[in-house]
Design a protein around this ligand. Sequence first.
Ligand SMILES: [Zn+2]
Ligand SMILES: [Zn+2]
Length: 396
Amino acid sequence: MPRPMGPWTRAARSLLPQMRSWRQAFHEEPELANEEFRTREKLVTALRGLGLEPTVYDGFTGVLATIGTARSGRVVALRADMDALPVDERTGAPYASRTSGKMHACGHDVHMSCLLGAAAMLSRAGPKLRGPVRLLFQPAEEEGETGGAGPFLERGCLEAPKADFVLGQHVTPDVPTGMVGWRKGPMMAAADRFRIRVRGRGGHAAYPHRGPDSVLAAAEVVQGLQAVVSRARDPVDPVVVSVGMIHGGTVPNILPPEVVLDGTVRTFRPETRDTIERVIRKRVRHIVASLGATAKVEYHRGYPVLVNSPAVTERVVGILGEELGEDWLVELPSVVMGAEDFSRYLERVPGTFLKLGAGTPGLSGSLHSPTFLPPDESLVTGAATLAAATMGLQAR
Ligand SMILES: [Zn+2]
Ligand SMILES: [Zn+2]
């Protein structure tokens, strides 16, 4: 396949050295959720360099900037996330993280650099730009519960001027570099968290008959939760329940009075989300009661289901077909159980979340792995995608 070469792709390619240097600066100084102060500084400097006047906030590390404030056409909001992960980098890149235990292992360094690249092109577009473009640099996507989108929305990031469309993208090694993945309707799951405190009596491990054993009860709870998945919902409706942490005990010969289980629940349908929560609460109570133990279940609703507007997705796919070439677009075959707080913007404004190809044969580990390193080429496609889609959505 020949490389795509629409006007925005050509412009993005000429910006590649600049985007690469932004990306490397973000990458070598990763910051975890809600601690993105240095990242914010770099964004503010870059945006001022483009002639924009970024807004920053007290107690919130997001950055907002608007291109073409005075224009009267449709308002497009573009979002990039900012945070890194508690991962020890092993990519061997010359610009690898300088902080051990922190890494841009989810490609948010690429997302920010693509958005800056698109901003550079759009702010130079002159009268061809018909409406305002809001640039949303959002912290804390990885935080998982409150996230950064909620607090950003509370600060009016999609208001005044009110956004008509919202677009976002995420790199993925599952789509080849240079390509863009899209999907209409539901795309990513709702993510909830639970914590189960299983209480027993505690005491000498050589005398287990003297009281309920919290370790055994916790083990039965872990097993029993899988029966919730297999028996409490329609098999064709995707659900995941996973226990990711088990904490309890101090030494081998003492039964602890309490074992704490933490886990995640992924669902797609609102009614399934309600059912799973209800069934987990009930099932846990019954399981531990049968062993004489007790349990307290805390259940927190996290990010909602990510639903792409079918109409906006169709328009964006049409626009990108012209820019990138139809062969460079791929319809994603199925929903995924991962979650994204971009879903919160899509609850308010129609838009679409695209998957930016970062897969390279024989290279790049999976997202969140110590070896995940999207190639620079994804910056070209990512910036061109945002700029072309913005102009296209405003034009029609
Ligand atoms: Zn991630
Ligand atoms: Zn991510």
